[in-house]
Design a protein around this ligand. Structure first.
Ligand code: GCB
Length: 887
């Protein structure tokens, strides 16, 4: 960063409901309740999706046939852990109508009435007692509407909201409201809280882009004192000036007043602003995960001694800076930021998360050992950021300028620019006081420019990015801006050719080595080289990795992550591969101080309605935890060992219970230097834990249950973890699905992932793109078992060393020739334990043409050394779909 930043920050209490205490909450006491007159409007709504015959905005409209719902609510339900969409899936986009008949409190004359919406997706139109009172465009920001002129205190009022999440396409209203693109599903509905707010005509301004109206900023922080400037926006809707007093007060976490200032304010009709300046002696700093200490700042408006309005906000005092070479510093101390991105949805709830669900998410992120969260790809609930403040997380907050500014090839319409700018102002004002937020991201992957499915020349993203960067600085001179880059140096994606990196103060790179990019096995070296090059190319720009990761399905498994084809948009997505990818990535990041932060993509699997991958449908499965929050995947445990400050030990592979093969590699994650394994009661000894990974290779399984116990010691503390794995029956034989990263069940038999092999390469028959789009002509193999040819292994020479038990077995090879012209001169030789089993086979000729299966079987005698199968092919590569070793 060019300049050190010192920011005081606080957060609003608003209408937050009570939630179970997370560890973070137990550390810092709850904020005092706001004294504003707030009436939650969560119950008693009627809902209807789709167009309605009569005018549903009218007060006398009959909604008795509509569904009864409570807020938060969304009509969408996306995703499931199955391979077909289920009947509970609902990805309808369009208009959702909500109606509420609300008996309003009787109030003294002169009170103003505001409706407060914490968020409605994506466009909200609001009517009160039949009158249209406002429109809000943007799925994530809070907005308030002054409804006084049509409100009837003491009577039944009809509130009608039409929420519109229509598909973004030319001509739809949503096409000029960001985001225009993204793989996450934009759920529709009133998915956060609604409340009625009653204020006197002269008050702290409730209409400041949905913000709290009170904004605090530390102008100096030393060990002796902190100077805090509190800007309070005021509004007088009366017709004459009001002589009032404004009290600015700071209380410590124990509730003791530590600073106070009082000033007269002459409130002229309209909006005005007053600045209170207070000095805190010996400030207690907000110090991240170690000590997220919060003060409360209060702005109080009084009229002849009587409090007429008051806003309470917690205040966190900290300094921070980003250094392009050395990384991130909080209160002068270096902190390596490592964490996760989080989307705001959960299976079964969509975006309509309850306070308890938000709290559960933060508790899981704390358990993981993260110290930073990226709010992907938009403004998250205020309660969520409060939880981050209390947990001491460093937050990357983000505007939903995702992928593209336009559906055509231009730089975006005036209306879209105005909307993006307004959403940014809302986000910054509404979140200004959160101490956890330390950077404003103004875009995600806008250099990929072409939105999903967009045709024609790529749009030009740079001009809007520059504009938003300027707006962010105007709104908040203290926090740096950032953005997540997709494409610099990646070379696979079509861009408009504009250089976007360097627009913002900081940068994040979304980098998918080991996943979307070719040569996944070389990922660690490639990632390291890419990071070093990016740093060398931008030596003054603090850089981070804003995304990295890969899909992980807890019901799909691999015995050797290095052997199968990585099918990133399809199936399988073995959990073991995702774990391996993270084990490879983190040490590369950890070794580089110039990477100030990294965020795993993502903390939770999330709704993405064109995906069909792993063991799920309509989900992005890169989460460390499943979308139902029920299962922590293996990489979760890896990070807990790597990042956690307390001793951690976990046996990996626990979800892979029914093992395909009679041997396995046992792996544990630990932050102790070594670990000990006892297997079926027998000590297998100590192993060193290298980069938090402790491994015992080739452990023999007996048929049936096998019990593993692993222990590690940190100081005087011994940790222990156990797992049970089922070994295959003695006569089950061995079946290998060559080329496949996972295994499969077929005709009652278990085919394991491609394992025990050296040489050759894994290949896929039909590579598809997102949404099942075929990337080439569909190929079909003539065979009774097409599943075995979905992937295959090919090469001129490759060998399998298979741990087949001693005895006489029949080996069956499933072969085919994939090349259309065949290979006229091919001669394949296969030897089994050195003896020739097949000689001079031309697969294509034997099959009578390409894409036809050839099966060859032969007997083998296996001793105690297992079975060695060697494939050698001249005049063309051998293509092997599967191996079966049976009695
Ligand atoms: C990205 C996007 C993110 C996607 C992710 C993925 O780069 O920023 O929104 O979900 O890749 O999983 O493909």
């Amino acid at each position: 960063m060019r300049r050190p930043m010192a920011i005081a920050a606080l957060f609003m209490t608003g209408t937050a409901l009570s939630v179970p205490a997370t560890a973070a909450e137990r550390r810092s006491p709850a904020t005092p309740a706001a004294t504003r007159d707030v009436h939650p409007l969560l119950q008693g709504w009627r809902f209807h999706f789709g167009n309605v015959q009569a005018d549903a905005s009218r007060a006398d409209f009959d909604d008795s046939g509509w569904d009864q719902v409570a807020l938060p609510h969304s009509w969408n339900r996306i995703g499931g852990y199955r391979t077909q969409r289920g009947p509970d899936s609902n990805n309808r986009q369009g208009h959702g109508w909500y109606r509420l008949a609300y008996k309003a409190p009787a109030v003294a004359a002169g009170l103003r009435q505001y409706l407060d919406f914490a968020a409605v997706s994506k466009i909200a139109d609001v009517w009160v007692n039949g009158s249209h009172v406002g429109t809000h465009k943007g799925a994530f920001g809070r907005f308030r509407i002054d409804v006084t002129s049509v409100w009837r205190p003491g009577q039944v009022n009809t509130v009608v909201v039409r929420a519109d999440n229509s598909k973004v396409e030319a001509g739809s209203a949503t096409a000029e409201v960001i985001p225009l693109s993204g793989d996450f599903f934009v759920h529709g509905g009133i998915y956060r809280d609604v409340a009625l707010l009653q204020l006197p005509a002269a008050s702290i301004d409730p209409l400041d882009h949905g913000g709290p109206g009170v904004y605090a900023r530390a102008t100096e922080i030393t060990a002796d004192r902190a100077l805090v400037e509190v800007r309070t926006r005021l509004r007088n809707l009366g017709s004459s000036a009001q002589p009032l007093r404004l009290v600015t007060r700071v209380t410590d976490a124990a509730g003791k007043t530590v600073a106070r200032e009082e000033q007269p304010v002459q409130l002229a009709p309209g909006a005005s602003e007053a600045i209170g300046r207070v000095t805190l002696p010996k400030p207690h700093l907000w110090n991240g995960r170690r000590d997220p200490y919060l003060y409360t700042v209060t702005a109080e408006l009084t009229d002849t001694g009587r409090v007429i309005d008051r806003v309470d906000q917690p205040l966190g005092l900290r300094t921070f800076r980003f250094d392009a070479d050395k990384g991130f510093f909080l209160n002068g101390q270096h902190v390596k930021l490592h964490g996760v991105s989080r989307h705001q949805d959960a299976l079964g709830s969509g975006w309509a998360l309850t306070p308890a669900q938000h709290a559960q998410d933060m508790a899981l992120i704390e358990e993981l050992g993260a110290n930073t969260v990226r709010q992907a790809h938009y403004q998250h609930a205020d309660q969520w950021t409060e939880l981050a403040d209390k947990a001491g997380m460093v937050v990357w907050a983000e505007l939903p300028y995702v992928t593209t500014p336009s559906l055509t090839s231009d730089k975006g319409s005036d209306a879209l620019w105005a909307n993006a700018e307004e959403q940014l102002r809302e986000q910054i004002r509404q979140n200004y006081n959160h101490p956890s937020i330390m950077m404003w991201s103004v875009g995600n992957e806008v250099d990929s420019a072409k939105g999903f499915g967009q045709k024609g020349a790529p749009p030009k993203p740079l001009a809007l990015l520059q504009r938003l960067n300027a707006v962010a600085h105007q709104e908040d001179p203290d926090r740096p801006t950032t953005m997540a880059d997709c494409c610099e140096g990646v070379g696979m994606i079509q861009t408009a050719g504009e250089k976007v990196v360097g627009t913002t103060d900081l940068v994040g790179y979304n980098r998918y080595f080991g996943w979307y990019y070719p040569k996944p096995l070389e990922m660690a070296a490639q990632l390291g080289a890419a990071l070093d090059k990016l740093h060398a190319d931008h030596p003054a720009l603090p850089l981070s990795i804003s995304e990295y990761g890969g899909g992980g399905a807890v019901t799909q498994h691999s015995d050797d992550v290095r052997s199968g084809f990585v099918n990133f948009v399809g199936r399988p997505h073995p959990e073991e591969y995702a774990a391996w990818l993270h084990e490879q990535t983190w040490p590369v990041i950890a070794a580089r101080n110039q990477v100030f932060a990294s965020w795993v993509w993502a903390m939770f699997d999330f709704a993405s309605d064109f995906r069909d991958e792993g063991d799920s449908v309509d989900l992005n499965d890169k989460g460390l935890v499943t979308a139902d929050r029920k299962v922590r995947k293996d990489p979760f445990w890896y990070y807990q060992a790597a990042w956690g400050e307390t001793p951690a030990l976990h046996l990996a592979g626990k979800h892979y219970v029914q093992r395909a093969y009679p041997v396995m590699d046992v792996k544990a994650y630990a932050n102790a230097p070594s670990a000990t394994l006892t297997f079926n009661g027998r000590k297998l000894g100590d192993t060193l834990c290298v980069n938090f990974v402790c491994e015992w290779k080739g452990v023999a399984l007996k048929p049936g249950a096998n019990k593993a116990v692993v222990t590690s010691r940190t100081g005087a503390r011994t940790l222990r973890d156990t797992a049970t794995w089922t070994g295959p029956a003695a006569n089950a034989g061995i079946r290998i699905d060559a080329g496949n990263l996972g295994g499969r069940e077929l005709a009652g038999h278990r085919f394991g992932s491609d394992t025990f092999v050296t040489g050759g390469t894994p290949v896929i028959l039909n590579l598809v793109g997102f949404g099942g789009r075929s990337l080439g002509p569909l190929r079909k193999v003539e065979t009774a078992t097409p599943e075995l040819f979905e992937y295959w292994r090919e090469g001129e020479a490759f060998s399998y060393r298979i741990p087949a038990p001693a005895g006489t077995w029949t080996v069956t090879l499933h072969l085919f020739e994939p090349r259309p012209g065949g290979t006229a001169n091919q001669a394949l030789t296969v030897t089994a334990n050195g003896a020739t089993a097949i000689e001079g086979l031309n697969i294509g000729q034997a099959a009578g043409g390409p894409l036809r299966e050839v099966i060859r079987s032969f007997p083998v005698k296996v001793g105690t050394d297992g079975l060695m199968l060697d494939f050698k092919s001249t005049g063309g590569k051998a293509s092997l779909g599967a191996i079966e070793i049976t009695r």
